[in-house]
Design a protein around this ligand. Sequence first.
Ligand code: ADP
Ligand code: MG
Length: 755
Amino acid sequence: MPQATTRPIVGEVVGPRPTGLELFGRGPRARGLEATAARRPALEKMGIVSVQDLLQHYPRRHVDRTKLHTIAEIAHAVTEGTVGQEVQIHATVDQMSKPVRIPNKKKPRSTRTLIKGRIKDETGSIDVTWFNQEWVARKLTPGTQGFFYGRLGTFRGKLQMTAPRFELVKTGHEPFNVGRIIPIYPATADMTSDQIRKLMWDSMNRIGEVLDPLPDEIRREVHLISRNDALRNIHFPDDAEDVFKARARLIFDEVFTLQLGLVYRKRKLELSVRGIPHPEPKADSLPEIFVAELPFELTKAQRKACEEVASDMTKSYPMHRLVEGEVGSGKTVVAVYACLIAIAGKRQAAIMAPTEVLAEQHHLTVNELLDRAFGADEARNLFADVSKRPVVRLLTGSTPAAQREEILDGVASGNIDLLIGTHALIQEQVAFQNLALAVVDEQHRFGVHQRKALMDKAGEDAGSPDILVMTATPIPRSLAVTIYGDLDVSILDELPRGRRPIATRVALGEKDRRAAYDVIRSQVTAGRQAFVVYALRDESNKTELRSAKGEAARLAKEVFPDLAVGLVHGDMKSADKEEAMNAFREGRTDVLVATTVIEVGVDIPNASVMLIEDADRFGLAQLHQLRGRIGRGPHDSYCILSTDVDLSTADDDPSVAAVAERLHAVASTSDGFKLAEVDLRQRGEGQLFGARQSGMPQLKMVRVLQHQDIIKRARDIATRIIDEDAELRAYEHTWLRTEMEDRFPDGALEVVQSG
Ligand code: ADP
Ligand code: MG
């Protein structure tokens, strides 16, 4: 561990720290920057407390002030009509007036001071004026040379520069405000971009060469300039290419240190925690029989994910894998496959779902699949090794007490092979005989703590259970490895063959709503079923929004009096919820009115229409998830996104524009990865990170979507380095290690169980 420092953690640190200069130097011998003591509060507000931080206060943009104009040139400006343009000239002060008080035209009865002067070069001269800046007259005595820059204007038809800024020419000093490409900084009320620039320039001139922590070999491999050049050029480049190369290097550094830390932590975990090496699934093993007996072929993506899972599970350290898959891509099969590997090794598995509805759904699906492969009879296990029908039980908050006792006993004795449930699984009383695998579904609803609690349920003496996390939020792999840094990622980016695309339309207002009802009716007539989804459960007098409860009654009475209309929402008793779902699953209801309780996991292949009311109220990912409840069977499916928002006002109202973009995005594609990108753009990456960010360094320049390739490259290189030198003890990795430790907040690299 690095020495604890008193330095607050602000921003990230690109070490090794530049030495030889204190930002807030004090006392006779400190080599500080004289100007900074007074600026300290302003700088600290920006998170700048060291030279290091300062150098990493990157410009927002650059302005090209390379071109110097002569006064003769700008005299043409009037005739050419380019007044108002920014110019910069190198000139000598010719005359300078004393400040004079003149009436302030804008504020009656007050005055302001005017300073008037004339500057000249070898081609001519021009008037300059300032208001209320008496210090200018003291600085610009006649004969003084300087660079002047600002906008051209006219006064009574005569060309002049009003309040130009200037930088005096001193021998041995290079100008940093003109005659070059200059940086424009994010400024605050207390400190202008100009002031930051001056401070930056002074610092640059006084620090030595910034060390490069990246081994030369890697720097060459990725074609990067040195860190020293990058830091200098990002602030004071000679040309656009300098900026480009500097950015490339600094972006790589951010990404690379991050990935290095993530891979380092992951490897450390793997090395320090004992896992359970499961037997490799052979041809006649439970998992393989299961796959062979499925009523369909696995997709290529599913097969690959299963292989990855199998390979992880046979290792001596615990699996930490994320299976990320498009809605309907068949994650459940992969989860069951993993469970069967554990069960084949004579151990137990658990599947934890975020809601009861979903847990029940899993219980049904898993049993169906297992019945097909191994028969329904749990007792008929003639040859336990090959034909054992795993014993599966469901445990939720609403499991009756008697049954609950029995299940707890079965789990403790090892008679139950697979326990499916909700949070109830991680309650105190649940003790497994030997839990070897925990599958956590839709992990965005589970915190790290819950996953850890589940892991702690593993029996005595056993190694740490494997963890398989499943999420239906499809995000690009680069982002996944960044956000879920210490998980390995399997991606199901392929839907089973024969799936039909879901036709999706945006419906506006009452007229379209009636058309939507027609679609529902005609589908029901054809033997299908429909979902109608509402943002609200109950009526509310605060909003105009429709609610599931209110509309269920209205639809049943007024719109579909001849159809069976059901209702399900989160506030119902579990038994009622279950009954509502069963009635729909068994075709006893035609139209199911619902809230977002059905958002995830519900699998009813006969449902072919979904009407989402007040669709503007839902996030993009949520709409995509909801829609994923249909299109699960062989039928053509239809999704209608209904809104009362007047989308024609999108041009004037950014919030309407965002709604329009969301709805049209969902209507135009069913590719979850594409939608995730739109979502990320709309919500900003910050928010996505916000949730997971604790314990992660900040990213300043990196945009995860834009820099996917660099992230992948950095991840690969980080993995390679950690493979060779897990502790980063080699001489050439010394600075990498320092930097990594510096950039991750205290203790973040020590986290033993995350993911
Ligand atoms: P999700 O990834 O959304 O959780 P599920 O695992 O619920 O998807 O699977 C969705 C549906 O697709 C289920 O009915 C499942 O039986 C079916 N399914 C899964 N894999 C395949 C496949 N390879 N071919 C055909 N259907 C499949
Ligand atoms: Mg699922």
